[in-house]
Design a protein around this ligand. Sequence first.
Ligand code: NAD
Ligand code: ZN
Length: 363
Amino acid sequence: KELTVDLGARSYPIYIGEGVLGQIGELFAKHAIGKGSPLLIVTDSHVAEHHLGAVEARLKEAGYATVSYTAAWGEKSKSLAVLEDIVGAALQAGLDRKSTVIALGGGVVGDLAGFVAASYMRGIRFVQIPTTILAHDSSVGGKVAVNHPLAKNIIGAFHQPEMVLYDTATLKTLPDREVRAGLSEMIKHGLIWDAGFTAWLEQNAQKLISLDQEALQYGLYEGCKVKAAVVSKDEKENDLRAILNLGHTIGHALEAVAGYGELLHGEAISIGMVGAAKLAMRLGYSGQIYTATKRILQTFGLPVRLPAHLETEAIMSAMMHDKKFMEGRMTFIIPTEIGKVEINKNVSAAWVREVVEELKQEA
Ligand code: NAD
Ligand code: ZN
């Protein structure tokens, strides 16, 4: 399957399929990625173990000179220190303005390698080879960044890839918990934009969890399509991009309070999406949104209950840190029916506190 992310002159294709990496030589040639300058492959230690050798071999076969950089796995590698180390490796390998950076991995590697590409010699080309389900989200939209100790994703740029090669066979080595957490973001794309896709997701939950290749390809295609539609419309309609934050206001606060590792990002936003549906009820929207949201997430084995040991006040103050808070009013993305949301800038903080408490009782 092929999908174009429509951004005018910055448009780029996403190729999705089992075994698309087998066509890497032809696709690179098609996109005029030259053989005169070395390619830099950036990956992490988990992904390297399973997939780096095959990608290196295919590129060598196709006549490319490559150099590989393997970062430690995990969010900590999205740092200026690692960026500096990669730039050192790039200089030593003789990367020049015509070189291309290849991001082989999940969202961490995509953000890190993308920022290397955005900043090295004021910007060189890059290609994304996503290996997680969550990366269907992060590989569309062109946001690339590293973290600062005081804030996530605070040092970054917009830098669109030349193309995205999504080989669904690489997902077979992804741990089950990461699979489900990535699917949480796919469910979010259904809930904000497309009732039909949401219904399909619920019906195909077991296939997706067990990595049925055809179901995955369809789900990733539709998920990328929603993200691409929102991102390309945002250029005209300011603010629209905010709807991608469904479940994220509570979710980010939970990640911050729980500390790294207890909750995966997709798990935190799963709980956050249930919270947003509860707020919708308080705002007068149908309780069926809440029932359906919860049922879908539970079908995927995602958490809907907020861990009771996380203190409500700590969660509230983490949310206020998120700076969407003014005089007892907060901004939330609220589902108004399945497949539709509104940006509500007037949600009572008192309701949010009640919802956080209720989420600890969710069964
Ligand atoms: P990740 O890249 O850390 O991958 C999750 C884990 O799975 C890691 O341990 C990784 O080593 C491992 N892994 C990846 N692919 C594997 C495979 N095929 N087989 C075995 N193990 C594999 O995390 P993620 O969930 O993909 O992405 C999260 C990151 O994405 C965060 O840093 C977040 O800020 C970023 N993000 C960016 C955007 C954006 O628009 N740029 C959007 C959403 C998220
Ligand atoms: Zn997210």
